[in-house]
Design a binder for this molecule. Sequence first.
Ligand SMILES: Cc1ncc(COP(=O)(O)O)c(C=O)c1O
Length: 390
Amino acid sequence: MRYDFDRVIERRNTDSSKWDSVKTLFGSEDVLPLWVADMDFPSPAPVVEAIAKRVQHPVYGYTRVPAGLIEAVVQRLDRRFGWKVDPSWIIFTPDVVSAVNAAVRAFTNPGGKVIVQSPAYPPFWSSVSNNRASSVVNELKLVNGRYEIDFDALERDFQDPAVQAMILCSPHNPVGRVWTPEELTKIGELALRAKVPVISDEIHCELVYKGHRHYPFASLSEELQMNSVTCIAPSKTFNLAGLHAAVTIIPNETLRAKFNEARAGIMGGVGLFGYVAMEAAFRYGDEWLEQAIEYIEGNRDFAIKYFQENIPAIVPIKPEGTYLMWLDCRNLGLNPTELRSFFNSKAKVGLNDGPSFGPGGEGFQRMNLGCPRSILEEALKRIENAVKTL
Ligand SMILES: Cc1ncc(COP(=O)(O)O)c(C=O)c1O
């Protein structure tokens, strides 16, 4: 079937974090929200149908992991990425952030250190501090409009004996890189040499644009696989974040036991509707996904052209994957407080503020492209008009 991604669906008054929190977060109701990472698109029809069917049975009691879901995860990872996963490696978690927290807790002692590549998805920083560890910042380098890994710095970071884990974001939020197998292998080798496990957050792995391909970190070699925790979810891919359903894959039995010990009694599983939606999405969501990626890629190209032609002072970093776009606003010449207030109060567009992503975030903002083009266009017009007043 053909999905209509241009259709604007009113999300206000649904307790949407993105739409119903704008006054609290950005100061007024008329701010157009392009911040938190969910999309303004309806989920794939087979997902909606599967949930609707289950709703008809009016008993919503405790629910075990459906056997068909485990099979769907195994088949999907093989079909999409050629990664052969054993069912015993799979752990269902309510979300990816709690899985990353549990993994940090599992592998670090208080006072230990965790390598985080900056700018970073903000909950990575708190996953470290929550567990009384500290972050070692491996700052990405912006080279000719594209972010690269500073491998010399990373090698030095791994030499610190206090480092006990690394969090990898692949594809990378917010800079939009889809790491190449060479880059991933290099990271993996440094981690192996340091005997430090890699927690690979691959939640954006299925949102990759033409000309790029996602390689699961763990799929690159047996050694890397045995030194990894991989977090995936249908939440970004199929826009199901409100259902809290995610998957953690840990091939190494010792690491898996540590992870399970760290989460025991604290982290629950997935809810009934999360299981139902996840299985339907993984099995039957591809038609929707293909069209969604094509549409968002169109949004990406539209926005880049718009910035180039009408707002040249803001330089978008072209994402290779993810529906997030990192905007270099340093040419506006505003300090961090002024930049935030510029977007919130003058442009009235709600973005994610660069400094919340840590070192390297100052002067940047993150824009969410997962919306109908008319909303994106309205946001760009608002930014253009606001820039004219500077
Ligand atoms: C890299 C990354 N990890 C995790 C999440 C959140 O996932 P979850 O809602 O499953 O915790 C996001 C959401 O933006 C993300 O970008």
